[in-house]
Design a protein around this ligand. Structure first.
Ligand SMILES: O=C(O)CCC(=O)C(=O)O
Ligand SMILES: [Fe+2]
Length: 210
């Protein structure tokens, strides 16, 4: 796998990744039906180092899924850190704590698990979907995504049809989907024909009591 990517001009590969402030720096976009999206560009600084560490240290898997009469590769690499599992980098642990502080998650609904996706090229993608909370999708929740590497577009559209909104998510950016977003909207990282470098996303999700 070729891990070369366009390193940003401002980062230093030997410098430790750090988190900037959240209060006063997060911009909320209200969608229909009580859904919202928060964006905090550049939340992680020195994110070149975070990209490199995750690319190398995380046990990446190529999942395969049944599709009609075939078994196909999922078009991205994935890795999952379940409830209580140590995250692959301490900056992710700090990010989890900062997110729980900022969003004031109630007990039993704190950001807990971390799912990671590795989009190797513009051909890697995730199709339209809403994330599930446990086995159900009928509760409001939050999904917080930290993105490093090449910028990709998070597309969002109402489930019943309607306008697609596009949020560019770049190196070190935080995007949080909240309110009814997972129930009433779908999101996707669509394939792009543009020559984009690799991107890693970390999705923090709460684990709810059974
Ligand atoms: O990579 C992203 O930003 C989104 C990934 C996603 O939607 C998912 O894994 O559920
Ligand atoms: Fe998702």
């Amino acid at each position: 796998m070729n891990l070369d990517f366009q390193t940003s001009l401002f980062d230093d590969i030997d410098a430790d990744p750090e988190l900037e402030e959240l209060p006063g720096t997060v911009e909320r976009t209200m969608l229909d039906a009580g859904a919202w999206v928060d964006l905090r560009p550049g939340w992680v600084t020195n994110s070149d180092a975070l990209f490199e560490r995750l690319a190398v240290d995380v046990p990446w898997h190529a999942d395969r899924r049944e599709m009609y009469d075939r078994v196909v590769d999922v078009p991205r690499l994935v890795s999952h850190f379940g409830s209580g599992a140590a995250y692959p980098d301490t900056v992710l642990t700090r990010a989890q704590h900062a997110l729980n502080d900022y969003y004031g998650r109630p007990p039993g609904q704190v950001f807990d698990t971390a799912g990671l996706c590795f989009y190797r090229t513009g051909d890697d993608s995730v199709a339209w979907h809403g994330d599930r909370v446990g086995r159900t999708i009928d509760r409001d929740t939050m999904v917080a995504i930290v993105s490093v590497g090449a910028a990709r577009t998070l597309s969002l559209r109402p489930k019943g049809g309607g306008e697609t909104l596009r949020f560019p998510v770049g190196h070190g950016d935080l995007v949080v989907m909240g309110g009814s977003c997972q129930r009433t909207h779908e999101h996707a990282i669509l394939k792009t024909k543009q020559a984009v470098g690799p991107r890693i996303s970390v999705q923090f999700r709460p684990v709810w009591p059974k």
